[in-house]
Every structure is written in C-alpha cells, then in structure tokens.
Design a protein around this ligand. Structure first.
Ligand code: F6P
Length: 329
C-alpha cells in the first residue's frame, strides 16, 4: 500500500483482461460512489490499449443506468502486450495526466494489476484494483468478480450433459476455463458430481481416471463425467479423450464450454461483491491510499497491496478434489 497527497477532482476507471460477469456492477458502483463525492469520472475505453490511444469518455450518473444486470463490460476491455514495456507505460501516464485524470480504478486480473502497480511505481499514478476475472486466481481475495457466475453457468451446462450421459450410458469430458487455474474446475466438479477433475496444478493421470471409471462400471455405474480445466491449450479434453480411447478402449464425448462461461447476467453474489468492492476502491483513493487491491475474506472487505496480490496465484483446493473423489463413488 502507498499513500499520496493529491486532491482528486477527476477519476479514471477501466476494465482490463478477460471480461467477467459483474464488471458492470463494479463500474456502476465506482462511478456513482465517485459522483456522490462530487468527483468527475472519465472512462478509459478498452483497457490498457485505450489508455495508450487516449480513448477517454466522460461518464455521468445516467451513463450507468440499466447495466447492473448485464454481463460483459460497457467500458470494453482488452489485453496489451505493449504495456509490458516501460516506454508505453510512460505514454499511458502522460495521456492520463493530459486528460487531468488524478487517480484510477482498475478492474481486472493479475496481469492488469501488474500494469497498475507499475504505473504507480514509475509515474506515481494513484491506482486501486478491483479483482475481476472468472478464474478466481488472484492471491489475497476469497473471490473475484465473475467467478460465481461462471461456476453457475458451467454447472447448468454440466447438469444438462449429465441427463444425456445417463440416458446413453456415456462417458463425457467437459472442459471448463482456467489456463493456470483449477478453481472453476474444482468447484464445478464438486458441485456437479464429477468422477475425476483435472486441473493445471494437481497431477492426476489418465490411468487414474481409467481406474476410477472402470471401478464405477464394475459397481454398475454406466455414465461418468470428467471435468478438465483447459490448461495452456484449449482443447485439452480432446487429448484426454484420445488417450482414454487408446489406453482403455473407452469412448468419451467431449464438450468444451469455452467463452459462454464469461458471459451472461451476473449472479446476486457477484453483483453484491462488485458493488461493495467498487465503492471501497474509490473511498480508499479519497483517503489517499493507492497501489492496493480491494478484496474479500468471508463477509469482510479487505485490502491487499498490489505487489502482494500479483506475487503468486491461488492453487486448486485439494480438499475439493478429494471430497469430489469420495462423493462420486
Ligand atoms: O479471463 C480468464 C480467461 O477466461 C481464462 O480462463 C482463459 O484461459 C482466458 O481468459 C481466455 O482468454 P481469451 O478470451 O483472451 O482467449
């Protein structure tokens, strides 16, 4: 956490990285909290690329009408490779200063927070971070905005797949999002009664999966659902299906849920979380605090230095995997 003295007259807000349901609820909260303190608000459209292109737009109370229930982000979002380079961050800082933006709230994931932390360290742009990513892989907060909605979206799909899997006595492999994170996979796997859950960080072998499926079949369990996080390469479910076919002669149907997990109307949980975090992110700046993420621990709103939030990810909860393994018998 850092402190600054400047009085804030104009606040910038942007969403960054992959969109997440509930980002709009956070934007609404940030804008309306700021305006309640007579602070002007400028949208930075399209994340860091928008900051580099000076894609700025003034916002008012009415700009935030009718968005709390909408998925996606009305401010657009993007990822920027250029922002990894200091010379581009310098341009971004100059753009913010020339638009008289005194402080900024960034809604995004760990990559977005790296950029925010660098903007403070290198150019003294006061920034607070609101964690928004369906992956829930940000260290220091129990939940990120969008995770609950994404888990429920995936679960609805898995429940439907289970109907057809049971009717046909079939094996399905369902791939959920999570490049480096097994949080979605472990949650939907436990909630959806999956037989095996593959995540990027817990080594479970195809042989173990085959043993589990065959043991189930021996007990009369004729349909199974395996969940896999996508890992580094979306389509991992096809590789697993191929290995299971080659090793055990078992045919598996594949369903990749993909980007539908990022869309849709946010759950009540995500809207409440987003509204609370967004408001505190503004209040902290008004108190002269920055370089900090607002997060949650249980019902409490907490703060974590951005440097800590980006220092590591979150591992898959092993107890979820072992419980899913016992319960799917
Ligand atoms: O936002 C997080 C995430 O959805 C990951 O789960 C996924 O691996 C990645 O983004 C996909 O990103 P993109 O839509 O840019 O391909």
């Amino acid at each position: 956490m850092a402190q600054f003295q400047k009085k804030i007259q104009r606040l910038g807000v942007f969403s960054s990285g992959g969109d997440a349901p509930g980002m709009n609820a956070a934007i609404r909260s940030i804008v309306r909290t700021a305006i309640s303190h007579q602070i002007e608000v400028t949208a930075i459209i399209g994340g860091y690329p928008g900051m580099l292109e000076k894609n700025f737009q003034p916002l008012n109370l009415r700009s935030m009408a009718n968005i709390i229930q909408r998925g996606g982000t009305v401010l657009k979002t993007g990822r920027s490779m250029e922002f990894h380079k200091p010379e581009y961050r310098k341009i971004a800082a100059e753009n913010l200063k020339s638009a008289q933006i005194d402080a900024v709230v960034c809604i995004g994931g760990d990559g977005s927070f790296r950029g925010a932390h660098a903007l403070w360290l290198e150019h003294q742009i006061p920034i607070t971070g609101v964690p928004g990513t369906i992956d829930n892989d940000i260290f220091g907060t129990d939940n990120t905005i969008g995770f609950d909605t994404a888990v429920n979206t995936a679960l609805q799909a898995i429940d439907k797949i289970r109907d057809t899997a049971a009717s046909h006595d079939r094996l399905f492999i369902v791939e959920v999002m999570g490049r480096n994170s097994g949080l979605i996979a472990s949650h939907v796997g436990l909630a959806g009664g999956a037989e095996i859950i593959f995540t990027p960080d817990v080594p479970i072998t195809v042989d173990q999966a085959i043993d589990k499926i065959k043991a189930g079949q021996a007990r009369g369990k004729m349909s199974s659902i395996l969940i896999t996080a996508e890992g580094q390469k979306p389509g991992r479910a096809y590789d697993l299906a191929e290995q299971i076919r080659k090793k055990a002669g078992l045919e598996a149907k594949v369903c990749i849920l993909g980007h539908q997990q990022r869309g849709g109307s946010p759950t009540a949980f995500d809207r409440v979380l987003a509204s609370r975090l967004g408001s505190v992110a503004v209040e902290l700046l008004l108190q002269g605090q920055c370089d900090i993420m607002v997060g949650s621990q249980g019902e409490q709103i907490i703060t974590v230095p951005l440097e800590t939030a980006i220092s590591k990810g979150k591992s898959t909860p092993r107890d979820y995997l072992s419980l899913a393994n016992i319960l799917a018998n």
